[in-house]
Design a protein around this ligand. Sequence first.
Ligand code: SER
Length: 584
Amino acid sequence: MKAIEIRNKYLNYFKKHGHKIIPSAPLIPENDPSVLFTTAGMQPLVPYLLGEKHPEGTRLTDYQKCLRTNDIDEVGDNRHLTYFEMLGNWSLGDYFKEESIAMSFEFLTKELGIPVEKLSVTCFAGDEDAPRDTVTAECWKKAGIPEDRIYYYGKDDNWWIAGEEGPCGPDTEMFYDTGKPACGPDCQPSCDCGKYVEIWNNVFMEYYKSKDGTYTKLKQHNVDTGLGLERMTMLLQGKETPFDTELFAPVMNKLQELAKADSIESRRIVAEHLRASMMVIADGGRPSNIDRGYVLRKLIRRMSRHLNKLQIDLNELESLIDLDIDILKDMYPELEKNRDTIKQVIIEEKDKFIKTLAHGEKEFEKYINKAKEENKNVIDGQTIFKLYETYGFPPEITADLAREQGFTIDNSEFDKLFKEHQEKSRLGSEQKFKGGLAEQNEKTISYHTATHLLHKALQIVLGEHATQKGSNITTERLRFDFSHPEKMTKEQLQQVEDIVNEQIKRDLPVTCEEMTLEEAKKSGAMGLFESKYGEKVKVYTIGDFSKEICGGPHVTHTGELGHFKILKEESSSSGVRRIKAILE
Ligand code: SER
């Protein structure tokens, strides 16, 4: 069965059982700057899991495009992917354990034809926060899973939550027995040996975990399920890896044909990162040096480097993109729609990277030859840092290269130097910022708050790319520089002005909280995220409208600001626009 058939079977099965099919949310979350990418089907549905009414009702089914980058360095082995598709069915205060399990069982055994003997399941063992989930185990027995293939595990395995805070609950996972021999007498689903592969996860979401670690019951009980399409496709086709399925095989084969120096790991990395990059670009992502943009940049860079390693001419990228879009366009029409943009973005980024790469690799070679002469087998942090700082050579690539040559790397020293470097640049930008606010009085403080409103309004009207590049405030006016590739239209300027004035009229309270940068980032605050190392920063929140890392000070209520007016919009430098505005 092909992936697209499994997807269709799934959606139709749940449709038959009263579910409405809803479209996948984009990979880049709408209205949720707190996460980089959509990482699970439940993410776009959080408001409804918390009790908001969904326009399509209480039973939903979908396929969700997901990107998880925490294991990006593992890609190249036989199972890790960054991009994957998750099939899901949802009960929003509708059915619960019994019906959910009965449907999962029927879908697996009848629709997909998996023999019952191949299935094992796991349930939550219970602890001080929630009881042992014997109800779920009983439902499995009733459906037809014998008791000796029902396992109980603790929170690490059988509790699901996205992040630290939010809706959560015990889950039950379904495992497929590949038929490989057991690795020992204790071999069971939680074991990593490859005999058991997790295929589906049903979360019985009836709790909410607060920041302080306490659990409360949700208004409604929900079911959130997730079935990884690539993995299911691989198992049903009896393939060893997702790269052997029709989703990747044509690109894998093409790469083999083109490669003058074959390496299966490199081919997998190229095929995987190519698909992931295309999906991110089709949903509006663009390479940059921070956050989402940096993830995309990293994907394209690694892909280009491994093409190099395979000794494939980088000019082949264009035909590889065409081939990949042809394979995937029935599943993802957005790829066809964005074919030209996808090519343009990837190729431009690759060109930029070639320059960095050539230079950095040469330097790296010098270091490594010297290190070999000195009989070392560790690349010190100084070297990695110098390659990064002087040549822009990405540390993850230094690490890759080092590994290939049998060297290990001293990450801790690099981290320390990196931290110092980031602190310096952060202090530098704070200094600049302070400069802009040299004269602090009522007027400049008002302009400062107006700047936050303007920043957010620009992001609403122009998009997330419109981030701060500079700010300068006098008692007469504010001046704000931000990234945007073209002149703003009259309508856009009007919209921005209207949005700011509306927030002033709403007289929103301005509050300040101290937290670590990590926490600030998680909370969705805008700002400079160059540093990652836990210093405390101040986050200013303006009602429900804006949240931004900043030194302050600010007015206490936006009502104090008066009327906001944009005087001028002009170019500041390439890709950066400048607005001058006043408060009247
Ligand atoms: N949220 C669960 C998961 O991601 C089930 O969809 O596995």
